[in-house]
Design a protein. Structure first.
Ligand SMILES: Nc1ncnc2c1ncn2[C@@H]1O[C@H](COP(=O)(O)OP(=O)(O)OP(=O)(O)O)[C@@H](O)[C@H]1O
Length: 304
């Protein structure tokens, strides 16, 4: 179990993590989502005991991290964004080294074999220096699991992975969670965690702006969002409406994709008519989860 209680980290008077309260139950895969600079890495560094909170606390299985750093390190596995390995050693030798650091005895042989099979590297005998990014990432997960942790924390685990690498990573994480390990995954890309996480929280400017299961997140606040596609014969001006939460223009402003809290097609048609812009098409669709998340990020922007 991973828990944060009113967790804060302030750098030079500016909060990087601001009053974060969250709980990830055993065996759950939780996605910590947020744009760059939202405070994900700072949260993870506090959870792993690598930096201390300015105030508040975080816990792994009811042990406070800041006051029990050694015990907590034995209970968790951590995979940073860029995992370090000895390039001239094989996967097995690298894991052997990590296992020894945890003071594991002869039982480490069996654990290493089990983990290499889990991540599909059991037949690879070359040195890690010659590994692809996907292979390094899989070995990173094995390294994070070497000490039989009750919780693993992965910082941007799919960064720079190709689709096969992402699929492999998802399969492994599901297996790890099925075995009862609590997993916290950080990412700024929703689609990369939505397929593997059972629940998620969204950080914006250090604050948790929403959290829950995917279904809850899609409906929090009760305000379903609507996506509107516009195509015009001449370029569009900036479009403004209190109901508008996001706008993306394309093809020299001949096309736009808008996210709004209500259907504002009539209002948009009036605005464009007044601007002398002829409409080719104006359509609305139900939003996908990406749009809902984009609106949370935008909401977080207004919180500074
Ligand atoms: N050591 C530090 N000193 C000063 N400011 C810091 C430090 N570490 C992080 N910050 C600031 O805290 C904020 C949160 O950063 P953090 O790295 O936690 O965000 P993030 O969500 O992990 O972003 P990214 O996805 O880009 O890694 C940022 O504004 C960052 O500049």
């Amino acid at each position: 179990m991973i828990r944060c209680e009113h967790l804060c980290k302030v750098y030079n008077g500016v909060p990087a993590v601001d009053d974060l309260c969250l709980e990830v139950p055993e065996g759950e895969v939780f996605g910590l989502l947020g744009p760059n600079g939202a405070g994900k890495s700072t949260t993870i560094l506090m959870l792993t005991g690598l930096i201390e909170p300015t105030s508040g606390a975080c816990y792994i299985d009811d042990l406070e991290v800041a006051t029990h750093p050694i015990e907590v390190k034995k209970k968790i596995g951590y995979m940073p964004e860029d995992v370090g390995f000895y390039p001239t050693l094989t996967a097995e030798e690298n894991l052997e080294y990590s296992a020894k650091l945890y003071g594991m005895g002869k039982e480490r042989k069996e654990r290493i074999k089990e983990l290499l099979e889990l991540v599909g590297l059991e037949k690879v005998t070359k040195e890690v220096g010659g590994f692809s990014k996907g292979m390094r990432q899989r070995l990173g997960i094995a390294k994070a699991l070497i000490n039989h942790p009750t919780a693993i924390i992965l910082d941007e685990p799919t960064a720079n992975l190709d689709p096969q690498g992402v699929a492999d990573y998802r399969r492994i994480i599901r297996q790890v969670a099925d075995q009862g390990t609590t997993v916290l995954v950080s990412s700024h890309i929703l689609s990369e965690v939505s397929k593997v996480c059972t629940s998620a929280g969204i950080l914006a400017h250090g604050k948790l702006v929403a959290h829950g299961t995917w279904d809850e997140l899609a409906h929090i606040g009760g305000d379903e969002k609507i996506v509107i596609h516009i195509e015009t014969r001449t370029p569009m001006p900036d479009l403004q409406s209190p109901a508008l939460v996001a706008a993306e223009f394309a093809e020299n402003r001949h096309r736009a994709r808008l996210v709004a809290t209500v259907d504002i097609r009539d209002e948009l048609a009036d605005t464009l008519a007044r601007a002398g812009v002829a409409i080719r098409s104006l359509e609305a669709e139900h939003p996908d989860i990406e749009d809902v998340f984009l609106s949370y990020y935008e909401a977080g922007e207004g919180m500074t």
